[in-house]
Design a protein around this ligand. Structure first.
Ligand code: HEM
Length: 339
């Protein structure tokens, strides 16, 4: 992996390049596992899907996001956006066919469960379970699950560079508790209170969503003295909860102690709601938590991240795209001796 060798030239790796590389590698590993599990050889399709996701991310990048959103006419980026979405939709439809052919008694994954639900509700004229909705749900999962986690990981590395003492403390805790040989697993977070607190604080301090997903009220309702009529579109501002000065000790600062008690144990906070709450909370919450914890800890065990020589400070302000990303910047990934 030339990105991670120790020669000065290659040490300089763009944060985006590292993260994209790791994400693609994991996606490919995951797809391979899926393929072997389902006993069919890898076809050429998933690579264009990765390309499609990349394209969507690019079109919804800060440069074009507002243009696409505000434009009244159907422009080239719109066409590209829909073409990329179509690519993922046709991938989902192919998967759907394969799932139908290779049905097992016990449902194995989301598509199997969805197909089962379709069968159960086939006599219900109001059911919304159908094949095209299933493909749209798969597209939603791809879109909702990629940018959010990637932006959080980018912020995570940026914060580790801005707070080297925190980065070293995380590394030391992992070394003391796990040693350097065993790969880390999600269960380990229970033995790593400081590391767990840092991961939580990254998502609180640098929340990647500008606004929540718009929801439409299904019936008239009263809430805290406000009347919300049926069909009103409600958009939550979860960030306001994450930086509420009446709930957090130092809301504007990156401070892992928000999630630690006086004895250094991890403490959950009810005002920590990055994934929303209630019936329509993020369906990917568990997956996102796992991804962020595993990616960050694995990277921090293997490398010490720092600014390139001569760079004195980083821009910590977000840029608006599909999510709130950091500005592009370069970091040095220095291999840890024991890695
Ligand atoms: C840092 C990562 C993530 C954050 C901060 C996040 C945040 C959110 C939030 C705030 C909502 C709206 C909740 C509400 O309206 O109350 C949401 C919805 C959703 N998220 Fe996530 N999410 C993340 C990762 C993921 C992942 C990894 C997936 C899938 C693999 C995913 C899939 C979805 C879907 C499908 C919805 C819509 C759910 C519905 O309408 O019922 N998200 N997410």
């Amino acid at each position: 992996l030339p990105l991670f060798t120790t020669t000065p030239h290659w040490r300089m790796a763009g944060i985006l390049e590292i993260l994209f590389f790791v994400l693609v590698a994991l996606l490919i590993l995951h797809l391979r596992q899926l393929w072997s599990h389902r006993h069919y050889p890898p076809g050429p399709f998933p690579l264009p899907v990765i390309g499609g996701m990349w394209q969507i991310g690019k079109i919804l990048s800060p440069d074009t996001f507002l243009k696409v959103l505000l434009s009244k006419s159907f422009t080239r980026p719109h066409r590209k956006l829909f073409a990329s979405a179509d690519l993922i939709l046709s991938f989902a439809k192919e998967e759907l066919e394969r799932h139908k052919e290779q049905r097992k008694d016990e449902p194995q994954d989301f598509i199997d469960f969805y197909l089962l639900q379709m069968e159960k509700s086939k006599d219900d004229p109001n059911s919304t379970y159908d094949e095209s909705n299933l493909a749209e749900c798969v597209l939603d999962l791809f879109i909702a699950g990629t940018e959010t986690t990637a932006a959080t990981l980018q912020w995570g590395l940026l914060l580790m560079v801005s707070y080297p003492d925190v980065q070293d403390k995380v590394y030391k805790e992992m070394e003391d508790v796990l040693g350097s040989s065993l790969p880390i697993c999600y269960e380990d977070r229970k033995k790593l209170p400081y590391t767990n607190a840092v991961v939580h604080e990254i998502l609180r301090a640098k929340y990647p969503l500008l606004i929540g997903i718009p929801r439409r009220c299904a019936k008239d309702m009263e809430m805290h003295g406000f009347h919300i009529p049926k069909r009103t579109v409600v958009v939550t501002d979860l960030n306001s909860v994450l930086v509420d000065p009446t709930r957090w000790e130092t809301p504007e600062e990156f401070n892992p102690h928000h999630f630690l008690d006086t004895d250094g144990n991890f403490r959950s906070r009810e005002e920590y709601l990055p994934f929303g709450a209630g019936a329509r909370a993020c369906v990917g919450e568990q997956m996102a938590k796992m991804e962020i914890f595993l990616f960050l800890t694995t990277l921090l065990r293997a490398f010490r991240f720092q600014l390139p020589e001569g760079v004195k400070e980083l821009n910590n302000k977000p840029v608006l795209g599909l999510t709130l990303h950091p500005h592009p910047h370069k970091l040095c990934a220095i291999p840890r001796c024991s890695a």
